[in-house]
Structure formats: C-alpha cells, structure tokens
Design a protein around this ligand. Structure first.
Ligand SMILES: *Cc1c(COP(=O)(O)O)cnc(C)c1O
Length: 369
C-alpha cells in the first residue's frame, strides 16, 4: 500500500476515480463544438441535482471555489447592498473578508464552532436591522464539519423578503438541496468536492431574475458572473480560456454520479463512510469534536490524543507512509485533526485508514493497545 498513490481523506482535492482522471487525456479546443456541448451538458446535469432548471442559471467560473464565492457576492450584491454574514468557522470568516475586500457593507453574526446558526437567530437579526439586503451562509462549515440548518434559515430569509447566498461548496451533491423548496439567490459549489471531479472550476446557481438585474454590479471584469453568463448564453463558449481538462473530468465524474444512483446513493455512501470512521475511531479512544446531531457526513474533526508524544506532523507523515493523507485541524482553541468522508472511497478504505491510524499511534507509543 505504501508504494501506491496515497488515498486523500481531505475535503478537496480528493480521491478521484481512474476513469475521471483518464477523461483528461484529451486536448480540447475551446472553439470545438464538442467541447461546448460538454460544458452545456455539465451545466444541465448540475442544475438537475438541485432541481433548479426552471428557476436558476448555472454559471461556471474558472478557478478554485473561493473565486466563485467572490464572484457571486460581487455580482449579486449591489454596491449599496448590505450582507449579514453568518459565521461558525473559517469559511464563514472568509465570506466576511470577501465583503470587506469588495467594499460591500456587511455585519457578522458569529456562534461557537460547535454551535449551528439557528433560524431564530436570523429572524431576530433581520428584525433588528432592516438595511440588510442579503444573508450569506455556509451550509457545511468544512473547518469542523458542522451542518447549519439551511432549509429553516432559507424560509426565514424569504419571509423577510431578503436574499440568500449559500456557500454549499462541501455539501452540494452530497447532501440534498432542492431549489424549489429552499429559496436562494445564489448557491455556490465546485468541481472537486462531492462531485469527485478534479479541482479547477467553481459554479454558481444564480436565480434567473437576480442575475438579469445584476449588470454592472461587479467590481471585476473576470469575476463578473453576469457577463460570464451572457457571453456563454450567446456563444456557447466560456468568456476566457476554459479549464478544458477540468470540464472533461467533471463531465465524466457526473456520468459516474448518475450511474451510482445520483444524490441518494452518494449521500448514503458518505454517511456510511462517516459512520465507519466514527465507530472505528471511537474504538481507538479518539473522540469526535461535534455531537452526532450536527455532524455532516462530509468531514469529521477529532480531538488529538492528549499524550505529549503525539505531534500532528509526525502522525501525519507516518499515516501517509501507510497510504492515507489526513487533514490538519483548523480550530484555534483545541488541538484536533480532520478526516474527510468524501471522494472516491468507501467503507473498506475508511476501515483501512483507521487501522493505519491505530498502528501509527501504537508506533508513537501514544496508544498502548
Ligand atoms: C472548499 C471550500 C471552499 C473553497 O475553497 P477553495 O480552496 O477556494 O477551493 C469554500 N467554502 C467551503 C465551505 C469549502 O469547503
């Protein structure tokens, strides 16, 4: 196992199938009709996953996920708008930072890293400040794995007549979201997370009327989703050089997503991965940071062993030598590490990964068993 490519148990880039990687072995021309059909097919399949074809456009964008988040805020929040940013981790803080850099007025509401934002919080905050136009929310906060109650928050936002921007980067296609039940102006995700594509493009599901009214909002030429969409609608092409290999890999990953059984099957596989991980780690005496009720089956944060012989760097290198890449913790108060449940992996890999963790902790004399 140590000579093979290690398995990535990280929330993107993550482990992809050989078939997905193989799809990148072609050089596509950006003017090629077949490539433009590939893009159109990808967008159509993405919209189908959230049942959004009636109400939303899918606007793809070159770059990592954060590029698409920044583009969504810059395009859909007017320059005189005000964003309420809901924070319980590093990605929520990044939303606030984006508003700051873009010069959009914003306020923040922060809860502890193990405490979801509630719909009641949002209701109270919207009553208290009528100048808020948009609410920005992280669905699954990947810095811990906590799940925020998106459907309830979306209902409250809609009742107040405000607009919702959702960073669903690590949950889209892994957890159910239906655009006809959950009202939103923008939902943002990327190629290299639950879709199990390779990293390199994000996409924004933008409500059709909101996008139509967004001309001239953006501070940026390259990040203007209004222009990106208008150009693609007119020509079938990406506005600037497309990430051709990434699009081809995503197309192949989507075929496999549907062959597997679509969202229910993907969700079930990740839920099984998560349960195996939690159960096997518990047997080693390693406790998860979040209670089960608010744990999304995407990534799990574990308390690091208290033993002074435990050092993350050594632990990481030793587990890597056994074929598994883990992820460092992202909490400031407590020492933790993270293990992803997503990617082209199933229960067998999760059992093997935890077995490797157990061996390593014994080698480091952190565990006696
Ligand atoms: C991965 C992720 C992003 C995007 O991160 P990039 O490094 O820019 O790809 C944004 N939000 C969340 C919640 C994520 O998990």
């Amino acid at each position: 196992m140590s000579t093979a490519e290690p398995i990535l148990l990280t929330p993107g880039p993550l482990t992809t199938s050989a078939r997905t990687r193989q799809a990148m072995m072609v050089d596509w021309g950006s003017w090629d009709d077949r490539f433009n059909q590939l893009t159109a097919s990808v967008c159509e399949q993405l919209l189908a996953i959230i049942n959004g074809a009636e109400s939303h456009h899918c606007v793809p964008l070159q770059g990592s996920g954060t590029f698409a988040v920044e583009a969504a805020i810059g395009t859909l929040v007017p320059r005189d708008g005000k964003v309420l940013v809901l924070i319980n981790g590093a990605y929520g803080k990044r939303l606030a930072k984006i508003c700051e850099v873009l010069g959009r007025s914003f306020s923040t509401f922060e809860t502890a890293e193990d405490e979801p934002t509630t719909a009641a919080d949002v209701d109270r905050l919207l009553h208290a400040d009528s100048s808020i136009t948009h609410i920005a929310l992280i669905h699954c906060e990947t810095s811990t794995g906590i799940l925020n109650p998106l459907p309830d928050i979306a209902q409250v936002v809609a009742q107040h007549g405000k607009r919702l921007i959702i960073d669903a980067m690590s949950s889209f296609a892994g957890l159910p979201i239906d655009a006809q039940q959950v009202p939103f102006d923008a939902l943002i995700a990327a190629s290299g997370k639950c879709l199990e594509g390779v990293p390199g493009m994000g996409f924004v599901f933008a409500r059709k009327e909101s996008l139509a009214n967004a001309a001239g909002n953006s501070h940026s030429l390259a990040m203007d989703l209004y222009d990106q969409h208008a150009y693609m609608a007119k020509t079938g092409q990406w506005r600037f050089t497309p990430p051709t290999h990434v699009v081809a890999a995503l197309h192949e990953a989507l075929l496999q997503y549907n062959e597997e059984g679509g969202l229910p099957a993907r969700h079930q596989r990740y839920a099984n991965n998560c349960q195996v991980l939690l159960d096997d780690m518990a047997r080693l005496g390693l406790r998860s940071f979040l209670p089960a009720a608010i744990q999304a089956p995407i990534i799990v944060t574990f308390h690091a062993p208290k033993d002074p012989r435990y050092q993350f760097k050594e632990f990481y290198e030793r587990v890597k030598a056994k074929g598994f890449i883990l992820y460092p913790g992202k909490l400031t108060q407590v020492e933790t590490f993270r293990v992803g449940c997503i990617g082209h992996v199933n229960q067998a890999e999760m059992h093997a990964a935890v077995a490797a963790v157990g061996e390593v902790l014994r080698e480091m004399e952190v565990l006696e068993i």
